[in-house]
Ligand binder design. Structure first.
Ligand code: NAD
Length: 477
């Protein structure tokens, strides 16, 4: 059922020039299920050449034409959801329902950016003389190099790909080596929809080698990276040295503020679902739960009841709601975070251990009274662990929420209008959702502040970083 993945360069699926491949494992079984081609410099150079050549003609296509091709790709993706969802679950581990949802969301993203293709508006600026016309015109920046991780194998690619194609850019995607087959099927949908050769190129390899080659390459105009903050800082500085535009979607450590007047039932349900989606391997996952002291125990009871209702197992099985982690390293990192927190005095209310048998499972875990010196309280666990502590006052909660250098996502539940309005002013986060879970739509901004990065991959600003503004002043003579 699973298939090997090749490179896609200049409209052709083909092996690496060296023939080298990497193994793909099913994280639920620890078995090797396939291989992915591992690009070398020859392949990367061909990808840059193809993308540079294709840019000359793709940018000249009308936005309406580009949008039509993109909408056709979205249709094909919808038609192929079942098959691609199975590939995704086998390589990534998430339950099939979550794979399907990711793919349907990706189709919506393509449609939304297809609409944006037609809205790359410039400006006519009133001139100081009657016979002068002043124009600010938007142009696509050129070839984009995109680096995407394994947690949402398709969703992480589709935002960058759709923004690039909509604006007339061409792209080289360095896809996730752990989960290559499902993003390859996304690219196939675009290719089958009529995207010309060279507009999209897909490579896999050793991430550091690929970025060291592509980021400084004079043929590449823009970098877009999603991944950890340390790698993001490295790539941002490399991009800076070569004066390349960059968008950085990096790590987070999302606080969840539960005030004593909140709807605790709704909060427990929505936050448990958000916390354990994709086994917690989500950059916007709720992480530090700060609960007002008078409702601390009551909220914990409700949250733990939600966690006990989760069904962990192989994502291909009916009824499973939480799968394994992506690889042994991720699972062992989480285990170390939990051990450290418990050693320092945290109490385990649910889970707390690796799963039995094969697969990189870690039980959905709830830790109460996590000491502030526990590593997990400050470093991103990126796994199925909810950390709890209590607060007394609004100021105390906000100070803790803003303490870390991250600023990606934040969640809050409160009914008092003044609390709600103050939170919108005080929480230092690129995204804040209050009294429901409303983050991650294609039509709204998606991005971080502080060390969580810069740029947005959603909303009307998303295409801006794929466009450059050129000013033209025309006199009458
Ligand atoms: P990692 O830091 O090794 O890699 C994260 C991602 O960056 C991977 O996709 C990897 O292929 C890529 N990468 C690593 N070094 C690179 C380089 N020099 N050039 C280009 N790409 C490079 O970590 P990991 O073990 O794969 O994931 C764990 C951490 O990564 C998490 O703690 C989390 O902070 C972060 N992460 C974030 C997201 C997100 O959605 N923001 C997604 C996946 C991982």
């Amino acid at each position: 059922m699973y298939c090997d993945t090749q490179l896609f360069i200049d409209g052709q699926w083909r092996p690496a020039a060296t023939g080298a491949t990497l193994d793909i494992e099913n994280p639920a079984t620890e078995t090797v299920i396939g291989h992915v081609a591992k690009a070398c410099e020859t392949d990367l150079e061909q990808a840059v050449t193809a993308a540079s050549t294709a840019f000359k003609t793709w940018k000249a296509r009308s936005p309406l034409e580009r949008a039509k091709i993109m909408r056709r790709a979205a249709e094909l993706l919808r038609e192929r959801v079942e098959r691609i969802a199975e590939l995704m679950t086998q390589e990534q581990g998430k339950p099939l329902a979550q794979s399907r949802a990711e793919l349907l969301g990706a189709a919506e993203t393509i449609d939304w950016f297809a609409g944006e293709a037609q809205r790359g508006y410039g400006q006519v600026i009133p001139a100081r003389a009657d016979d002068v016309q002043q124009l600010a015109i938007k142009h696509p920046v050129g070839v984009v190099a995109a680096f995407t991780p394994w947690n949402f194998p398709v969703n992480q690619v589709v935002r960058k790909l759709s923004a690039a194609l909509a604006t007339g850019c061409t792209i080289i995607v360095k896809g996730p080596e752990e989960t290559p087959a499902s993003p390859a099927e996304l690219v196939r949908a675009f290719s089958d929809a009529g995207v010309p050769a060279g507009v999209i190129n897909l490579v896999y390899g050793v991430p550091a080698e690929v970025s060291e080659y592509l980021v400084p390459h004079p043929g590449v105009a823009k970098i877009s990276f999603t991944g950890s903050t340390p790698v993001g800082k490295h790539l941002a500085s490399l991009a800076g040295q070569h004066m390349k535009r960059a968008t950085m979607e990096l790590g987070g450590h999302a606080p969840v503020l539960i005030f004593d007047d909140a709807d605790l039932d709704a909060a427990a349900k929505e936050m448990a679902q958000a916390k354990f989606r994709n086994a917690g391997q989500v950059c916007i996952a709720p992480t530090r739960f700060l609960v007002q002291a008078s409702v601390y125990e009551a909220f914990l009871d409700k949250f733990v009841a939600e966690v006990r209702a989760l069904v962990q197992g192989n994502g291909m099985s009916e009824g499973v709601t939480i799968g394994p982690m992506v690889h042994a390293r991720a699972r062992d990192n989480v285990a170390a975070f939990v051990e450290d927190a418990v050693e320092r005095g945290a109490t385990v209310l649910a889970g707390g251990a690796r799963g039995d048998g094969a697969g990189y499972f870690f039980q959905p875990t709830v830790l109460k009274d996590v000491p502030t010196d526990a590593r997990a309280w400050s470093e991103e666990p990126f796994g199925p662990v909810a950390l709890f502590n209590r607060f007394e006052t609004y100021d105390e909660a906000v100070a803790e929420a803003n303490r870390l250098p991250f600023g990606l996502a934040a969640y809050a539940y409160a009914r008092d209008h003044r609390t709600v309005s103050n939170l919108t002013r005080d929480i230092e986060s690129g995204m804040l959702t209050i009294n429901h879970n409303g983050i991650g739509l294609q039509e709204t901004p998606f991005g971080g502040i502080k060390e969580s990065g810069y740029g947005t991959e959603g909303g009307s600003e998303a295409i801006e970083s794929y466009l450059e503004t050129r000013y033209v002043s025309q006199g009458a003579r």
